[in-house]
Ligand binder design. Sequence first.
Ligand SMILES: [Zn+2]
Length: 280
Amino acid sequence: MKKKQISALSLLLVLSLLLAACSSSKTDSSKETDSSKEADTPVTSPVSNSEEEAHWSYEGETGPEHWGDLDPANLACVNGTEQSPINIETTETEEKADPQELTINYVPTLFSLENNGHTIQANPAASDNSITLGNDTYHLAQLHFHTPSEHQLNGNSFDMELHLVHKNEKDELAVLGLMIKEGKENSILKEAWESMPKEQTTEDVQLKQQIDLTNILPKNQDSFRYNGSLTTPSCTEGVKWIVLEEPIEMSKEQIKRFQEIFPENNRPVQNLNDREIFKY
Ligand SMILES: [Zn+2]
């Protein structure tokens, strides 16, 4: 009996902590003014302060224009000068005289899927997918999707965008961005698409078949490259962006299936400021 009561009590406590964490900081002032109330006030503040990240979204009060206010860790979202995504005016890009060669080394790999509340993310079971930029090797950490596309080409958005996030030994990021337009069914992503979790997951959904991402890439790998940021909070800068010019295709049904889970999960384009975009 006692155990049951305790677990019911702790469940209640957890629920109230969750509520406190999700609501805004409306209790801040009362904390300091009235110490006599301490006895009936559960110790919510240390827990809500240690929340990994503040709740953020793509609309309303927690939408992109407020990301910077939600958490001090998100300051780059408002103060940053090299933010992503951007609109790429293809006629205003610079041809690089000494191009840094991009090599994509993808191999058949098992993935698991998660719905993290912001997108569908696929996590590789092994770290043997990589890209090299010049002499630097970046290993694939995860891939995920946005709709509509985050980057624009000459002011035009695409139906979706795939981000392949890679990390080097120094934990620096290089993200390969692929535009997705409506067209043929994408058979490489068929099983993944049929397994997409509709609700936020606590445990990954394991896919049965390996995916060779080589087969997802467009034939033409001409790319635009620039220095940018994460497109989600914390908006951290220092991310090397490689956006392929040629889009890949997914069927109307596949695009719709994703949009039924996430109708809109794209950050608006950011100012280019004095950055250059290089064409490779
Ligand atoms: Zn992304």
